[in-house]
Design a protein around this ligand. Structure first.
Ligand SMILES: [Zn+2]
Ligand SMILES: [Zn+2]
Length: 281
């Protein structure tokens, strides 16, 4: 299922017209999608030439297909996107909060060591974060700037992952965590979607993707009367994952739903749970 930023932007605009809804948050988010759509048109990638055996070995070992050193980034383009994202986030604190001053310095550039730390989940270097390793604004900006590159790789590589083979709690392509899941309409299987590259993959219905908990006593969900939207929570690791039932919401676009369900994020956090994914944009 291909969902380019341009498609998501179009669907969001249709939804807005139908609902006659507007908010500054949504307008800022649309501006971000426009930047990413601009980048999508310019990104050219060279997917790693992985043989079938290497693919099998990586997946069998639980290793995502795209290693950081194979994730080749066009740095001048990435920095152009980065500057646009920083300018947007700086003008729209409602998106993620205040942008740290270091990112707005005229000479500041995305660097490989920063992106490596973010990609591998090791965190950003101390001299960038000022010691604040939980700085979600920094991560969200890097994420937003690199998403067009990562989704291009994901589209090139996903065909190598046999459907149903990978059933882990993180993305088979980039190793990112899911930020939304869905129950598909045919047989009711559960799929997760990567917060970073939008890859979708199968997952067990009754298991926490974060800690692997399968104890039904500590897994539950909250939902409204329609049961279309569910907030799956795990009382072992205290995380939540938004889930949409596509049997009841046919044709829904997940990248759009991810955005339109922010009230569920608020609900989850009010109930004392953390988002399973630390990257929300
Ligand atoms: Zn991914
Ligand atoms: Zn858990």
């Amino acid at each position: 299922m291909k969902n380019s930023s341009k498609d998501v932007l179009k669907k969001l605009e249709e939804w807005q017209r139908e609902e006659a809804f507007s908010s500054s948050f949504l307008e800022s988010y649309k501006a971000l999608l426009s930047i990413q759509a601009w980048a999508d048109e310019r990104v050219k990638i060279q997917a790693p030439d992985l043989g079938r055996r290497a693919v099998k070995r990586r997946l069998a070992n639980g290793a995502p297909l795209l290693k950081f050193d194979e994730f080749k980034i066009d740095w001048p383009l990435a920095n152009e996107v980065f500057k646009k994202v920083v300018a947007l986030f700086s003008a729209s604190p409602e998106l993620m909060g205040e942008v740290p001053a270091i990112f707005s310095e005229p000479d500041f550039k995305l660097q490989k060591r920063m992106v490596r730390g973010w990609y591998n989940g090791a965190g950003l270097p101390d001299d960038i974060t000022g010691g604040d390793i939980e700085n979600n604004v920094l991560k969200a900006i890097i994420h937003a700037a690199l998403k067009p590159f990562l989704t291009a790789y994901a589209q090139a590589l996903i065909g190598m992952v046999e459907a149903g083979y990978w059933r882990r709690g993180y993305c088979p392509i980039c190793g990112g965590t899911p930020d939304i899941s869905f129950i598909e309409e045919e047989v009711g299987e559960r799929w997760l979607m990567c917060s970073r590259c939008d890859t979708q993959w199968h997952f067990q219905r009754l298991e926490c993707p974060n800690c692997g908990n399968q104890d039904q006593k500590s897994l539950s969900y909250f939902s409204d009367d329609t049961e279309i939207y569910r907030l799956y929570v795990c009382d072992k690791c205290h995380t939540y994952l938004k889930t949409i039932d596509l049997k009841k919401a046919k044709g829904a676009s997940l990248p759009v739903e991810r955005l339109l369900t922010f009230d569920m994020d608020v609900q989850g956090q009010q109930k004392g749970y953390k988002p399973l994914s630390s990257a929300t944009i």
